[in-house]
Ligand binder design. Structure first.
Ligand SMILES: Nc1ncnc2c1ncn2[C@@H]1O[C@H](COP(=O)(O)OP(=O)(O)OP(=O)(O)O)[C@@H](O)[C@H]1O
Ligand SMILES: [Mg+2]
Length: 345
């Protein structure tokens, strides 16, 4: 489900709030092959800013990243963060595809806080009814046209063509939901936001966005332990959620933030259970903050569930020379690999 159409050759570009990630893949008879990849750091705030000067600065960083990675195309597939998208799942009676299309359009008009002319929307049936009376569940994704135009402008100013635009959770589901039939909870903890998605067979059944991420951990450590932000960041990356190190002081500092994430996950799981009548089978943590020591153990203990740290490279073929970098930073690339995989599926 994309908000735009597809094209032959392109690379994925994840415009995060602290890091841009680029991955280009090539289809092959076996696993998709890595053509090139790279990252670029950006100051916090730049990727969300609407000022002309910031848009030009961001475009320039993208231009340099493309040049540095020697991507072989100018076609880009990117994602809108969940906080810029409206997602809703609604039940509809069974009807013909043409009638369903009209019914969805009507519901978009009723449910979105904007005029239909001001949004770009897409929809997908996400449940197959078991009998004639059962309703079909439809997920509707809508983005304000002004957000789509802004992304178009950033990409155009970088000298590139936007050929694919989808939501972060759809990209995540493509790279991480690789267990047929399993209902997977994906929690992507970035720097400034945390995205939750429950997916099955690459279809996003539920999504939720929390407006903080790893930066909030750093600030909490800085405030509680009286460290500057750079030191606090080092403590976070070194000690993470371990109780044994420093008498668990780093863990105690970030505990209230983790507790909020846990509450949101519980809400999502309960909502999902009520709507779909089934439970989550597997829990995958993704994003840069998934590299925090012991975070997997923390969630596994809290939810008494099987918890995995995301490895979106699992089904990609790459040269041994980049293996160490890729494995050490695997969860950073979940969104961008999902974007890049769209082409080769
Ligand atoms: N080893 C580590 N331990 C803990 N946190 C880490 C580690 N490495 C990176 N991080 C944190 O991961 C975050 C960056 O992750 P990521 O690249 O997924 O974010 P982003 O995509 O730029 O942001 P967002 O998705 O919120 O827009 C930062 O907060 C960073 O401090
Ligand atoms: Mg991100």
């Amino acid at each position: 489900m994309g908000l735009f159409s597809r094209s032959d050759e392109f690379f994925g570009l994840d415009i995060g709030s602290t890091t841009l990630k680029l991955v280009q893949l090539k289809a092959s008879s076996g696993k998709p092959l890595l053509v090139t990849y790279g990252t670029a750091s950006i100051p916090i705030g730049l990727s969300q800013s609407d000022s002309d000067i910031d848009i030009r600065r961001l475009s320039e960083v993208i231009r340099q990243l493309v040049k540095g990675t020697r991507a072989t195309t100018k076609n880009v597939s990117t994602a809108l963060p969940e906080n810029q998208v409206f997602t809703l799942v609604l039940p509809f009676p069974q009807m013909s595809p043409a009638d369903l299309k009209k019914a969805v359009q009507w519901q978009v008009q009723q449910n979105l806080p904007m005029n239909i002319e001001d949004v770009r929307y897409d929809w997908q049936v996400i449940s197959v009814p078991k009998n004639a009376n059962e309703q079909v569940q439809v997920m509707i994704t809508a983005a304000p046209i002004e957000r789509v135009r802004r992304i178009n402008r950033i990409i155009a100013e970088a000298g590139l063509n936007l050929v694919g635009l989808e939501t972060t959770n759809i990209a995540l589901s493509r790279s991480l939901a690789t267990f047929p039939g399993a209902k997977i909870l994906i929690v992507d903890i970035g720097a400034m936001s945390t995205e939750l998605a429950i997916v099955e067979n690459h279809i996003v059944l539920h999504s939720r966005s929390i407006s903080f991420g790893g930066e909030a951990f750093t600030r909490a450590i800085s405030n509680t332990l009286g460290l500057d932000l750079a030191q606090a960041d080092q403590f976070k990356c070194k000690f993470g959620v371990t109780l044994e190190k420093l008498e668990g002081r780093v863990y105690k500092a970030i505990k209230p933030i983790l507790a909020t994430i846990v509450d949101e996950i519980i809400k999502s799981m309960q909502f999902f259970e009520n709507q779909f009548g089934s439970r989550v089978d597997l829990f995958i943590i993704s994003g840069g903050s998934a590299k925090m020591p012991e975070i997997g153990t923390f969630f596994a203990k809290t939810f008494n569930m099987d918890v995995q740290i995301a490895n979106p490279w699992k089904n990609i073929a790459y040269p041994v020379s980049v293996q160490e970098d890729i494995i050490n930073n695997a969860p950073d690339y979940s969104t961008v690999i999902g974007l890049a995989l769209r082409e080769v599926k």
